[in-house]
Ligand binder design. Structure first.
Ligand code: NAP
Length: 263
């Protein structure tokens, strides 16, 4: 199936690993030109080279820290300069640490909101005017199942992503008439280094084996397994495509049935 995005320019965050990397790969496979960004230059450059070699598309790597105020404006400007324009943006970066929700502090909230809300909102805001003027744009945010079913020790993540979801929904309605769609995807538990480190941290913190931590998570996933990054990337790419032109303001889970409530 032709997704109609060959030659489109896409900016993908957190693209040196996990879900961002899988999304970048899938967009490249559809013929998109890419700017990818994250903090660690070495890994980013290696991933850019691999995607370029595998899919034969231009890939620019941009170094930035989503926890740093001002990073979004710079990344948006550098991506636009490198690609000529940005048609598609995948909002994604890192994660705040697990914390007991009764022991949060102001510095932790400030970092979490910068990373999960302020930076992605500033990035999308910087890129929206050109998308609206062109009459075509796609914004896809990688959120979390935690915005529908809060995850016990990830209160910074639940709340920060909830703020971003509220902005996405509000803005999607405003720009829908200009050919710009804005959607969110909600991963449940997909096998990436992030999930590996969360499971390891839980095992160390509770004195359980990593196998029993995983078994407890698996018991809550009707599909009976963790997902693969490409299972999320397929949806990200569809939402970024020309085919998804009438879908906006939606939040779709990729979670093997983990979320038990209605949407
Ligand atoms: N995997 C899941 O099942 C799952 C479930 C729910 C939510 N999520 C969320 O989805 C996002 C991606 O997770 P993942 O599983 O793909 O994790 P991952 O494999 O660890 O990848 C994270 C990516 O983000 C980059 N990154 C980290 N901190 C950053 C920062 N401050 N600024 C810019 N880039 C940063 C990393 O590169 P550098 O370290 O070099 O910057 C890396 O490229 C995270 O927000 C995660 O919390 C994932």
């Amino acid at each position: 199936m032709d997704l109609g995005i060959r030659g489109r320019a896409a900016l993908v965050g957190g693209a040196s690993s996990g879900l961002g990397r899988a999304s970048a790969e899938r967009l490249a496979a559809e013929g998109c030109r890419l700017a990818i960004w994250s903090r660690g230059e070495e890994r980013l450059v290696a991933v850019a080279e691999e995607i370029r070699r595998r899919h034969g598309v231009d890939v620019v790597s941009l170094v930035g820290d989503a926890e740093e105020p001002g990073a979004a404006g710079r990344i948006a400007a550098e991506a636009t300069a490198a690609l000529g324009r940005v048609d598609i943006v995948v909002l994604n970066a890192g994660y705040p640490p697990p914390v007991d929700p009764t022991k949060t502090d102001a510095a932790g909230w400030a970092r979490a909101f910068q990373l999960l809300a302020t930076t992605p909102i500033e990035l999308a805001t910087a890129l929206l005017p050109a998308m609206r003027a062109a009459g075509w744009g796609r914004i896809v945010a990688i959120l979390s199942s935690g915005i529908r079913q809060p995850i016990p020790d990830l209160v910074y993540s639940n709340a920060g992503r909830g703020a971003l979801a509220a902005w996405l929904k509000t803005t999607a309605r405003l720009v829908a008439g200009d050919g710009v769609t804005i959607n969110g995807v909600l991963p449940g538990r997909l096998s990436t280094p992030r999930i590996e480190s969360l499971d390891r941290g839980r095992a160390e913190g509770t004195g359980q084996s990593i196998e029993s931590v995983r078994a407890a998570h698996l018991a809550a996933i009707p599909a009976g397994r963790y997902g693969r990054p490409d299972e999320l990337a397929t949806l990200v790419t569809y939402l970024a495509s020309d085919l998804a032109s009438y879908q906006t303001g939606t939040f779709s889970a990729v979670d093997g049935g983990l979320i038990s409530g209605l949407p």
